[in-house]
Each structure stands twice: as C-alpha cells, then as structure tokens.
Ligand binder design. Structure first.
Ligand code: ATP
Length: 271
C-alpha cells in the first residue's frame, strides 16, 4: 500500500492512538467534513470519530466563509468530541487541536508555527491552516463538539490567486512535499494526549496564549455590536480574548462571533 496516499487503510496502519481517529470515515471528495460529522454525531457515532476527505467542495471557514482546498493538497478533517464541558468551554477543543497541529508541523518539518486568535495556523506571517469548531447543545447542555481542521500541506498557492500573498503551505515554505499521513498521525496522537489532560481538568490556555501571534499588540475586533479597537492583553481559561480599550476598560471577547484584524496602520506588525 502506498502510505503517501490518504485512505482509511493507510491512516489506520500508522496510527498509535486509543480513541482519536480509531473510527475513520474517509471520502475522496466531500462537501464539508464538519457537516457530515455533525450528522453522524446525531446518529450516535463514537467520540474520536475522524471524518477526512482528500477534497472538500464546500469547505467552510467561520461566519460562512469558504475554505479552499483542491484535491491532493491538504489535510481536511473533522474530529468528534463528547467532552464534559460547559458550552462556553468548547474553545478548549480548538486550543488543543491547534497546539497539536503546531507541534506536529514543527516536529516533522522544523518550520516554526504561530497561532492567530481565535482559529488560524500561521507560518512566516501567512495563513497555513484554519480550524472551525462547531458545538451541538441540547437543552443548554454541551452534547458534542466537532472540530474541523484544514491545513495547506502540498498546496501550490499560485494556483489559488485569491489567496496569493496571504496564505502559504508547508510545501511552499519547505520547497518539498510533506507526507500527509505522517503529519496526520502526529496530529491525532498529539490531540489524544492533550485531550486526556483536558479531561483531567487541565486547561491548555497558557500554552495556547504563548503561541498566539496577535497578543500584546493593538488589534481591531469586529463584533456583531460594532468595531472595537484595543490592546490584546491575553486570553482567559476558556480562550476568550481580553481586550483593553482606550478608556481602560477590559472587554472579554469570545471567539465565534467576531473577526479580528490588525488596524491598517499596524499591518506590518503581524508579518
Ligand atoms: P481571518 O483569516 O481574517 O482571520 P477567519 O479566521 O475568520 O478570518 P476562517 O473562517 O478561518 O477565517 O477561514 C476563511 C478565510 O480563510 C477565507 O475567507 C479566506 O480568506 C481564507 N482561506 C480560504 N481557504 C484558504 C486556504 N486554503 N489557506 C489559507 N487561507 C484560506
């Protein structure tokens, strides 16, 4: 079997986990891995189920934005968690997944990886991946959390003119291709270790904060109520951004309903 190819069999062969990715649903092409996994979750599919596709035809970012991923170029996956957390703690799953992705990339390639609050993977100032976390609540209780991850692995960015200048991929940065199954195994193993410690009650927020590239700087946050400008001081235990506005007030901003940009005059500071 060609282990450089993605398939349920090749993934299973090298995966050393007990829970995460033990149930694999693979499609060569799929609308959205998150949408399928939410359906499977409603039918009772077990925790740790991995939905993975070689190509996504209706990949989603936050707020209905599109995630672009031509066939053969990316890791496109969703994982199901059934954690004992409150609904406002679901961002902890985003944190453990993004930390595991960052570690896996660094270990495998030597590239250094930053995270951008609340959900992006950055390499050398450009976006290399994104995470879309969707929670299902029933009667105010958190039923399950689907974490979708899209990572540009062997993607030639010049084939996607709309991303030029703002996105990158591992192959673009390294000048060579990277084995997608090998990267996936490391990511899933890292998530499993981190999920175990999350279940023991540990929060990953300090380690996450240390990797965030948009803390300790001036940022602009677009919320449904309007635009806020302020100093990004830190994140709290649930991953909310603590923003100090010019009047000295502290605002606690939860991911999910905001976009965050550096103000235009500071555009270079994030790069
Ligand atoms: P921002 O990138 O401004 O922080 P966001 O985090 O809300 O926004 P996401 O919801 O994570 O964005 O992802 C959607 C956006 O990501 C799209 O609007 C597009 O700009 C960008 N994008 C889409 N496909 C890719 C890709 N393969 N690589 C990098 N960026 C992409």
């Amino acid at each position: 079997m060609d282990l450089s190819e993605l398939s349920a069999e090749s993934i299973k062969l090298g995966l050393k986990t007990e829970l995460i990715g033990q149930n694999i649903v693979y499609y060569p092409s799929l609308g959205s891995t998150n949408d399928l996994l939410k359906e499977l979750a409603a039918q009772g599919t077990p925790e740790g189920t991995l939905v993975i596709a070689d190509e996504q035809t209706a990949g989603k970012g936050r707020l209905g934005r599109k995630w672009l991923a031509p066939p053969g170029t990316s890791l496109l996956l969703s994982l199901l968690f059934r954690p004992e957390l409150a609904p406002n703690q679901a961002q902890r799953l985003t944190m453990i997944c993004s930390l595991a992705i960052a570690d896996a990339i660094e270990e495998l390639t030597g590239l250094s990886v930053g995270l951008k609050w609340p959900n992006d993977i950055f390499i050398r100032g450009k976006k290399a991946g994104g995470i879309l976390t969707e929670s299902v609540t029933i009667g105010g209780r958190l039923d399950c959390v689907v974490v979708g991850m899209g990572l540009n692995v062997n993607l030639d960015i010049s084939t996607l003119p709309e991303l030029r200048g703002m996105a990158t991929s591992l192959s673009q940065e390294l000048g060579r291709e990277v084995s997608r199954p090998e990267l996936l195994w490391r990511i899933l193993e890292g998530i499993e270790i981190r999920y175990k410690s999350l279940k023991r009650g540990e929060s990953p927020h300090e380690e996450w904060a240390a990797r965030l590239i948009n803390l300790a700087r001036q940022v602009q946050v677009t919320t449904p109520q309007g635009v806020l400008v302020g100093w990004a001081e830190g994140v709290d235990v649930d991953g909310a951004l603590i923003l100090r506005t010019s009047d000295g007030q502290h605002q606690r901003i939860l991911a999910g309903d905001v976009t965050l940009r550096n103000p235009p005059d500071r555009a270079q500071r994030l790069l």
